[in-house]
Design a protein around this ligand. Structure first.
Ligand code: LLP
Length: 416
């Protein structure tokens, strides 16, 4: 699959452009994305899932306006988790009537803006939030479209920081409490009950827990039907995992089959909130080797990207492939690939076999960086954020220029 994004014999390319040329032209660290790969993934999922499914791209994975704009043009809906993400979607030309709003802490202001934009649905995560949404809708004199995000209490085997479907996490409404809450909502003049939502975790390689969660959601749907509450959609969240290393990742067809098996021919619209599965392997982070060094017999490769650019290895111990742009047959030696940030946790790989003759000034591509890469970046250590480039065929566009030093303190005053 990396071959689709990166190919070439001696020279690594993204689509029709050489990564070495891109690094030269735009400097490093720089994120590079393949538009064709993104498009292909989007269409593979929409095709497999069929016309009864709305694919709402999870904006948090990569919120760049040009990425959102491409997805909007191809017909995606959007899953947002903040007023900022709503603003981005609207700015990028996204259709608000295909937006679902998730998240446990929606503020009054965010709720108001979502209702004013007339988004499709708010996914409610607690009784307190339901009450607040009802109140804001009353103030605006409208009816808020809602779904309850339930917590199906199924265990998804993934990193604990990104598992969200267990009772003890902060997410969702306990299954057992949902029917009463639906009763309440159905009686409100300011709420319009549309559906039910769940999301059990991210980077799921085994889809069985998604199937189990979907079955529980279907049971709830049927129980509500017997109470006279008829839902028009089931939102199964996101979470489909991708290959970073040697994992066997589910295909769009696998995912569609799981949903078909769980939902059968229920007369409902299906919504999914995929992020990583669309953009994850569409992106690489280019970084240049600053130094080689040895502490005792431990070899280090110090690069110009750091945990502030790509946090996943530091935060989750995540594996990302690291490829030198100049391929050679040289002997490999294990080395730690680390950034310049002043934390021991600032690393991209530990004891990773890389060409022993790796030189200062060479460029490396860190793969699988399209999702939760730039999106989780910061200016920690006063490092301006990286540039982002979108490649399509022979065309490369700067979709976010590198930040300037002035932008580091643009919102500050040196008060005496
Ligand atoms: N829907 C909801 C309600 C979510 O919380 C998430 C992700 C998604 C959809 C999209 O999940 P995806 O299809 O991308 O797996 N920063 C972590 C991932 C955090 C995911 C949080 N929620 C990482 O880098 O692995």
């Amino acid at each position: 699959h990396y071959r689709q994004l990166l190919h070439g014999g001696e020279q690594l390319c993204v689509e029709d452009l050489s990564l070495a040329d891109l690094a030269e032209r735009y400097a490093t660290p720089t994120y590079v994305y393949s538009e064709s790969y993104l498009r292909q993934r989007f269409h593979a999922f929409t095709h497999a899932l069929g016309p009864q499914t709305t694919l709402c791209y999870a904006v948090k994975a990569n919120a760049n306006l040009s990425i959102l704009n491409r997805l909007a043009r191809w017909g995606a809906g959007f899953d947002i988790v903040s007023g900022g993400e709503l603003a981005r979607v609207l700015r990028a030309g996204g259709d608000p009537t295909r937006v679902v709003f998730s998240g446990v802490g929606k503020s009054r202001d965010e709720i108001r803006r979502a209702l004013e934009a007339e988004i499709y649905c708010l996914n409610v995560e607690s009784p307190a939030e339901l009450a607040r949404i009802e109140q804001v809708a009353a103030e605006l004199g409208c009816r808020a479209p809602i779904a309850m995000r339930v917590n199906p209490d199924v265990e998804a085997s993934t990193h604990p920081y990104i598992a969200t479907g267990l009772r003890e996490t902060k997410f969702g409404i306990p299954m057992a409490e949902a029917p009463l809450l639906y009763e309440r909502a159905a009686r409100s003049r300011h709420l319009e009950v549309l559906g039910v939502a769940c999301h059990i975790g991210s980077q799921l390689l085994d889809l069985a827990p998604i199937a189990e969660a979907a079955r529980r959601v279907v049971q709830l749907y049927e129980a509500l039907g017997r109470q006279g509450i008829h839902l028009q959609h089931l939102d199964l969240g996101g979470g489909v995992g991708i290959r970073y290393h040697d994992e066997q990742a589910p295909t769009p067809a696998d995912y569609a089959a799981i949903l078909d098996a769980a939902l059968g021919d229920l007369p409902v619209r299906r919504v999914v909130e995929l992020g990583r599965a669309l953009v994850g392997n569409a992106g690489a982070l280019l970084t240049r080797v600053e130094y080689r060094k040895y502490n005792g017999n431990r070899a280090f490769c110090v690069v110009d990207a750091a945990m502030n650019d790509l946090l996943r290895p530091s935060l989750y111990g995540a594996w990302h492939e690291i490829w030198p742009l100049e391929r050679r047959a040289a002997a490999q030696a294990p080395m730690d690939v680390v950034g310049p940030v002043c934390e021991s946790g600032d690393f991209f790989a530990k004891a990773r076999p890389l060409p022993a003759d790796l030189r200062e000034g060479e460029v490396l591509a860190i793969l699988g960086a399209g999702a939760y890469g730039f999106a989780m970046s910061s200016q920690y250590n006063s490092r301006p954020r990286a540039a982002e480039i979108l490649v399509h065929g022979t065309d490369a566009r700067v979709i976010r220029r590198r930040e300037t030093l002035g932008e580091l303190w643009a919102a500050e005053e040196p008060c005496a």
